[in-house]
Write a protein that binds this ligand. Structure first.
Ligand SMILES: Nc1ncnc2c1ncn2[C@@H]1O[C@H](COP(=O)(O)OP(=O)(O)OP(=O)(O)O)[C@@H](O)[C@H]1O
Ligand SMILES: Nc1ncnc2c1ncn2[C@@H]1O[C@H](COP(=O)(O)OP(=O)(O)OP(=O)(O)O)[C@@H](O)[C@H]1O
Ligand SMILES: [Mg+2]
Ligand SMILES: [Mg+2]
Lengths: 165, 162, 162, 165
């Protein structure tokens, strides 16, 4: 199984619909400071079910919706879709591909879809549970995580291993 | 639950030691239960000794050595419970050239079973990627992606994405 | 004390705004007392708006933008109460090439009155230094310094130090 | 005034006596991971009066004394000297140069010298107070300081400005 496609619209600085098509193997994201690379990581985290806005560097859910620029007005909604391909051996689905979509409005209203079928957050969490891709599967590592793992202020090394068990 | 944890712990421990020796070209490291007789509650200690140096507490390690140690640990967990997808955001930033090379060797090995998406400013890391996505903000405040296929030729075919 | 603090605060505020505009090539930033009527106790807020972007909270800035903002603030304090000596340990690490260049311009300007000692992995930063000290650990666990005088010629005269 | 010389012996990985001779202007310290660059910063912090061993990345004072390597035995003492030149306009001294020396033994016994005259920590702190070079003058910046300044969890921006006032 691999992530074949990520689609981002209205999420943070990605006001225009942006599609990233991925292959297995190693892909790199590059660009100058502040251009949006970590925002892509935030989008992936969020579509996989992250509920803690602070882990997306925000304080309220509105922080992840495009809030305007010099020439553009703020949008009313943010949407991220992630498509997994070659899932047949891993997930209990009939098709070989599954797309998870998450949408949020300024009101705070959140919507979830699995292959365009309206779903709940827990359906997505359950779907991802067996794959190691869940938001708590620690398969996302950023610089702050180095100190977090080594200082182990809250027994997180233990929790990471319990999660893997 | 006790057996499951013990088994997982031992697999992570084995991979952690192996990863550390790859990343530090030698040296030795270990994971230990702080309280041997309380495996279900005990916090987990990390011991790390770069080659030729005395064993000291983790806080005395350098910035780059800490990064490698954390990577060795996390990758041991990924290997034990394989995640199909691994997203790294500038974790190569504190590493010097030689260590970036060893880090990339470890990634290339894991990439046989795991898809990697790596945010980086490092040229060596970019060279190892089979596909490069350039993010730009030509219009201030608005992100846009341009993808570059590296397999055909370096920086050929700049196609705007989406 | 109230007048002294107010005066110092305003000088730092002025330099912070100026440094920010140099480092971000535009944009705007400010320092503010959270509680205007309680200058002796009030915490100090930072507002930072890179050019072309909307004003947002500091947490939403990127890694490189946060580094530049913190540097703009600290250098404003150094300028207000000039320190003869300033030691920087890899603060250029999160910056892309263009931003390293702007950061170095700010340092060169401050270096007229302040001595800088900069730990770095960045080639552009090394080029700006008039003197380079290479630290090595040929014998594992034992640090040794080799100094390189850059004014005469690049990497000429490797003299072991001490 | 400028720092003209730093001498390090037995401090962390600098087991052999190491002398760094500096000029005004910009000097750079370079080298691979783990070779000792930040240890030099710790040495400077310590000789200027830092009392908090945690800011030197240690937990006990012994952590800053060379604790041995493959071929070398641990030493019994760490010593750092820092020489300031062109001090006449800034400090109330007759000479144009002043050397501060700090020594610590495994017992925890600490010794201080100003131009080789035994002194106390507070003499050194007083000497440095007017110069902006004191350990709390924030003229040492490392990567962790970026978050420390911006998150401002304990009103540190305020404290930094009060210190400068
Ligand atoms: N809700 C939002 N609306 C519009 N722009 C936003 C929003 N949230 C964040 N941004 C912008 O996104 C930018 C940060 O992007 P990001 O963190 O992805 O940068 P980066 O490419 O990772 O850079 P670096 O290399 O410095 O880490 C900030 O400048 C911020 O203004
Ligand atoms: N008391 C001590 N005795 C001997 N060696 C020590 C002592 N304290 C620290 N060290 C060693 O110093 C090394 C760390 O050095 P330092 O932090 O200066 O590296 P660095 O050059 O800053 O590297 P980086 O580029 O990764 O930040 C560690 O490997 C550690 O083993
Ligand atoms: Mg980033
Ligand atoms: Mg360091």
């Amino acid at each position: 199984m691999y992530v074949s496609r990520i689609e981002i619209t209205g999420f943070k600085s990605f006001v225009d619909r942006t599609v990233i098509e991925l292959q297995p193997g190693i892909s790199a994201i590059v660009g100058p400071n502040g251009c949006g690379k970590t925002n892509i990581c935030d989008a992936i985290r969020w579509v996989l079910g992250e509920e803690n806005v602070r882990l997306l560097r925000g304080t309220r859910i509105e922080d992840i919706i495009f809030n305007g620029s010099e020439k553009r007005k703020p949008t009313g909604m943010a949407e991220v879709s992630l498509t997994l391909s070659d899932v047949q051996d891993t997930l209990p689905l009939e098709c070989n591909e599954v797309t998870i979509t998450r949408r949020v409005f300024r009101s705070g209203d959140s919507q979830f879809y699995i292959n365009k079928v309206p779903s709940r957050l827990k359906d997505i969490v359950n779907l991802l549970l067996g794959t190691g891709l869940g938001r708590r599967a620690y398969s996302i590592m950023e610089r702050e995580m180095i100190d977090w793992i080594l200082d182990d202020a809250n027994g997180q090394r233990r929790r990471i291993i319990e999660e893997a068990a | 639950a006790r057996l499951e944890f013990k088994e997982t712990f031992e697999r992570v421990q084995r991979d952690f030691r192996k990863n550390f020796e790859i990343l530090f070209e030698g040296g030795s490291a270990d994971l230990r239960l702080k309280y041997e007789n309380d495996p279900l509650e005990s916090p987990i200690e990390i011991l790390a000794q770069p080659s030729g140096k005395r064993l000291e507490q983790i806080s005395l390690l350098s910035g780059g050595e800490r990064a490698l140690t954390a990577i060795a640990f996390l990758f041991a967990v990924y290997h034990t419970k394989p995640s199909p997808f691994c997203l790294l955001d500038e974790v190569d930033a504190p590493l010097d050239d030689a260590n970036v090379g060893r880090f990339l060797n470890l990634i290339k090995d894991l990439a046989k079973h795991t898809q990697f998406l790596v945010v980086t400013h490092n040229k060596k890391t970019m060279e190892v990627a089979s596909c490069l996505f350039g993010v730009t903000m030509e219009e201030p405040g608005v992100s846009k992606i341009v993808s570059v296929r590296l397999e055909k030729a370096k920086s050929e075919t700049l196609e705007p994405v989406g």
